[in-house]
Design a protein around this ligand. Structure first.
Ligand SMILES: Cc1cc2nc3c(=O)[nH]c(=O)nc-3n(C[C@H](O)[C@H](O)[C@H](O)COP(=O)(O)O)c2cc1C
Length: 223
């Protein structure tokens, strides 16, 4: 798999449970950008799949198998791991849950990143070239709150482990201060200012969508 020419395709992985939420909208836009560049597109909703994170069997690190970049665990994620490995670009999105990506996306990271890494300082990736990777994060917190909340440090760890996959491109997009309820009047959430959220939704979110579109265009260029 690692030396094979990839299919000119960008895959969106929705790591959040909502199919019409902020994250899903941004991913749709990224795929529109990729399609504009002539790439095939596909969306995977992780919450539709039955899978778990790495089980630490270390099959992918055995002398016989470590170069294959494959996972011994067979479940709902298995075809997705193959799909990602065979695509020119991958855009993964997640709402921030308690300061990090969702557990579902984290489980995919454990599987996809770990099978493609080797315990070898001279050759840390088993891929000749990884897919281009874009990560899209959506969150309640405003952008200026990310640093004080420690998010920049946590989200930078994603950049570090993806950088070892020899991806020609790695990008992160942060969509902050999102509009999270359909109707704020139904919920007890006095810490949120609904008119402010509406304003951000009307003014900033369209700019975030535009950035996602452009990210999709760039991810599609890694042929
Ligand atoms: C379980 C849960 C935990 C959350 N934790 C955080 C958090 O730690 N920081 C934050 O900024 N937003 C947090 N949020 C808000 C979501 O990240 C935010 O509303 C996001 O844009 C929702 O994305 P979606 O519309 O795609 O579902 C949380 C939401 C839920 C449901």
């Amino acid at each position: 798999m690692s030396g094979k020419k990839r299919t000119h395709r960008v895959v969106a992985v929705n790591g959040g449970p909502r199919k019409n939420g902020n994250t899903a909208r941004l991913l749709e836009e990224a795929l529109s950008g990729a399609a504009r560049q002539g790439a095939a597109t596909e969306t995977v909703h992780l919450y539709d799949l039955n899978f778990k994170g790495c089980r630490s069997c270390f099959w992918c690190k055995t002398k016989e198998n470590y170069l294959a970049g494959r996972c011994a665990q067979k479940d709902g994620l298995s075809p997705v791991l193959d799909l990602l490995a065979d695509s020119t670009g991958v855009v993964m999105g997640s709402p921030i849950y308690l300061g990090d990506v969702t557990g579902a996306l984290r489980a995919l990271f454990e599987r996809f990143v770990f099978i493609n890494l080797a315990y070898d300082l001279d050759a840390p990736s088993v891929l000749k070239k990884g897919p281009s990777v874009g990560l899209v994060y959506t969150m309640n917190i405003p952008k200026e709150g990310m640093g004080p909340a420690g998010y920049e440090v946590i989200l930078d760890t994603h950049a570090q482990f993806f950088s070892r996959l020899k991806s020609p491109r790695f990008e992160q997009l942060f969509s902050c201060d999102t509009y999270q309820f359909d109707d704020y009047s139904k919920f007890h959430a006095p810490m949120f200012n609904e008119p402010h959220k509406k304003e951000v939704r009307a003014t900033q979110f369209p700019l975030d969508l535009r950035q996602a579109f452009e990210m999709g265009q760039r991810l599609a260029q890694n042929k």
